[in-house]
Design a protein. Sequence first.
Length: 206
Amino acid sequence: MLDLRAPELPVDQGGILSRPEYGEDFGQRYAAMRDVHSWKLEREQHFEEKDNASRDALRRGDWPEALRHLDARRDALLAEAADDENQGVTFHRIRVVEEPLTPYLQWELHSHWHRVRFGGEKVRVLNAEAVASSESVGPLPEVTVLGGTTLFRVLYTEAGAPDGAVHYTDPAFVGSWTAYLKALYGAAEDLAAYFERAVAPLAPPV
């Protein structure tokens, strides 16, 4: 268990963004980044992805089709990786997992493995037990830090559908959460090893 408490992140200290506003703001800031590291924490075990053919196939129970759609994204991921390299952007993702894996998480880890292999992302996996000391009052939030200057607390409905975000630029919040995410990343297992051991051998989710 990490001897580390998550920093505070009160919703009323940030600016609320609708889903379209969040997408636009995130895209503009990401495109403007140069020579920086960014960090993303994923905690919930189920999300309802929208406009995603692979996720739709999973929802229908068609696992082979879900994997085919992931494979079809290879060229797009390679292009994203080239853009990130040109911008000098390195994206680090920390995925908290509970076992046994939910069907969604089994699918998402396949998607993340594609991001590692073709998209240039750095993804590590952390068992939920490791963050128990940070969750005495509830699960960790879904957080993205862009370039050490902007933090988004991503919001979801109770069903797991995207619902906008809270936007922070206060250096105190951004700095403390950047340090916390770096610590989580340092304690986590590389996705390549976790995927081979705990994901690849699994039967298709039901």
